[in-house]
Design a binder for this molecule. Sequence first.
Ligand SMILES: Nc1nc2c(ncn2[C@@H]2O[C@H](COP(=O)(O)OP(=O)(O)OP(=O)(O)O)[C@@H](O)[C@H]2O)c(=O)[nH]1
Length: 383
Amino acid sequence: MTSLQRDILRRHGLASICALLFNLLFILSYHWQSPDPRPDALYGMSLLYWLVQLGMLFWVVDGRSRHYRDPSMSLTFLAWGITFISASLAVAPENRTLVLMTYLTIMPYGIFRLTWKGFVLLALYTVLTYSMVMLLLHWQQPEVWLRSKELLVALTLLLSLLTYAVLGREVAVLRAAYRRKNQELRRAMQRIEELAVTDELTSLYNRRYLLQMLEQQQALANREGLPFALAFIDIDHFKPINDQYGHSAGDQVLAELAKLLQQSVRQVDVVARYGGEEFVLLLNGQTLEAAKHSLQRICQQVRNQRFSAWNLPLTVSVGVTEYCYGEDSDSVLNRADMLLYEAKGNGRNRIVAGLAPVQLTLDEQSEALACSAEAAGAAGQSS
Ligand SMILES: Nc1nc2c(ncn2[C@@H]2O[C@H](COP(=O)(O)OP(=O)(O)OP(=O)(O)O)[C@@H](O)[C@H]2O)c(=O)[nH]1
């Protein structure tokens, strides 16, 4: 059950309890006040009311109404309640005071739950059903139900509902402002979250997000034995670009290279700007060999492209390594960084790939995994 469904169920549950209490009060009042009680019709009507009410509750809780404009179907519930109250007045006219009070008790609920238009509709429906029942009673027993007195009561009801409608308008304006502010706040929160994990210039993930992803990937690799590769990519001779063409040309180069990197990897991979003109690729599920192939393709794409308004050619140096079972994230990052350093030292525009000094084979990794699972199981039993 979604939180929205839970919220709707809580609200309708409370409203249904109130409806049940009013229903019992109606029956009780009828038995007390009627000189000649014939409760069958009232019982039958109550039964019908609850069958439909429970059916509608099921409809809402089951999520069948979730695509409606108002998934809680508040107007339908309220209109059904008004229908029952008005109809019960026809079979138990002694309850008229109680009926009028119940109308006025229900209305504030409508003010908060309905749109203003919905509320006005409900108010009009209430006056209409009440007037129809009173006309029916007058027609059946004109001597009992005096026309002028009843007209006065109906007018008082109309006036009360009009007052509620004015109040409802105020509440609707407040609710709209609240909703707007809420949306603005949600958008601002979303933007803050984005800014916290992305780099503004390139729109790539930042170092903080990369480290989080690396931790996750590392946990997955240790648990499931899934390989992953990590590559440091650094632009060659970037400083002269800044010096010769200006900082904004340098920025443009960074943004365009970031776009190229992002477009060259799969959705499951992570591309991050690690700092300055240094980028990191986290290639999920890839061994060193596979990563090397991907990076060769990417380096070729970089060489083929021209960057910024100055159509500058570019090369990058890359250090790439594969995660070794059990090592920590600093160690894999440092190794890739060292390999990048080596690529720079060897003349740039190249990929240097390397594994950890002691790289476990896949069989050894699965064995280690089994051992750690066994150890965890034993620890669980002993605790
Ligand atoms: N335009 C721009 N330049 C940046 C940014 N961040 C870092 N830089 C510049 O990147 C340059 C990096 O210079 P170096 O570390 O000497 O690197 P390099 O010139 O590429 O030399 P090698 O890496 O050795 O090939 C510096 O001039 C920084 O000012 C940025 O966000 N925008």
